[in-house]
Design a protein around this ligand. Sequence first.
Ligand SMILES: *Cc1c(COP(=O)(O)O)cnc(C)c1O
Length: 410
Amino acid sequence: MTTNQTLTSEETERHIGVVDEYSAHNYHPLPIVINRGEGAWVWDVDGKKYLDCLAAYSAVNQGHLHPRIADAARKQLETLTLTSRAFHNDQMGPFVKELCELTGYQKALPMNTGAEAVETAIKAVRRWGYRIKGIPSDQAEIIVCSNNFHGRTTTIVSFSSDPGSSADFGPATPGFVVVPYGDAAALEAAITPNTAGFLVEPIQGEGGVIIPTDGYLAAASEICKKNNVLLVADEIQTGLGRTGKMFCFEWDNIRPDVLIVGKALAGGFYPVSAMLSDNEVMGVFAPGDHGSTFGGNPLGAAIAREALKVIVDEGLPQRANELGSWFVSEVQAMNADCVAEVRGRGLMIGIEISTEAGVARPYCEALMERGILAKETHEQVIRIAPPLVISKEDLQWVLGELREVLAMSF
Ligand SMILES: *Cc1c(COP(=O)(O)O)cnc(C)c1O
């Protein structure tokens, strides 16, 4: 086994120590301190090079420091960064127009973080429920799935089934009903006259790369339509090319009523998110009803415009599809004893370690020692989700290292 001497250089330890001392211990990061990135690669403070197989939870689908996005950011930094929505700026209009044209929705409301866009969708869906569907005041219900991840605000963690996310953060916001993920019959059974929406991730990323059975979203879409319930797709992680289509819902040939995007929307340069829908839903917001100081700011908008163009121009969804199916079949063919299942769609890949073999963390640590950054999700799963610009040669190298690491026992 390789020693982990390189992982604990004085400089690395010093950086980690300062964060430990001066910040909350709300993460359990791998012991590496990164100070540079380019494409699919990052470098640590000791100059050691790593292949990034997490891509900031899919926020850097375009690769680190994409030169076109960097240029757009630089250019905008020299002209205007923030006006607030009290005034117009010349970047927001083109941004929402281009985002609507790409997604096929009539309206886009830009926010900053993913959680804010989810909150925006929850508010829009509830208000649509009261004002359009006619649900009695304060009775609206939104159906969500078990094992979901939609962000960290108090309302969103109210309907999380992960105890760590929700314990002692109560009282929980009412109005959410949890059904098992992937079970269309359970969704149908949970609908009442007060149901306004169904909020779902097309693939559960933080939940452990859980892919529902084929046709689940199509069935859910059918059920929502029949019952006048809004289908809300959280594509913050699955969207913008990650799963081999521009949006994961395209695999099921459906069109959600509300679409939530974030993460890769600004290519890792800036927090930009958005809620999208047609006029009927977005029309529930009037001046003063909702907002954000930074949402739609010219710097974020300029960055996001270029980040979207890069995804289209470089054919990143198709790249993810081709490289992903090949990679999954290669890992499956390894038939490693410790692996319970290999699953994936596009370059959103989960390698589930069997409970007999232990947990995923030591495998991730061994990969890190070999220069591959992958983070475990939900104890058992090694997630492989590199920037979509990654080369086939780099992935080939990952396969070789993975083969050796999966043969190790911990
Ligand atoms: C990351 C993520 C969020 C939250 O986004 P933040 O920018 O961290 O607030 C919401 N939903 C999904 C599916 C995510 O992956």
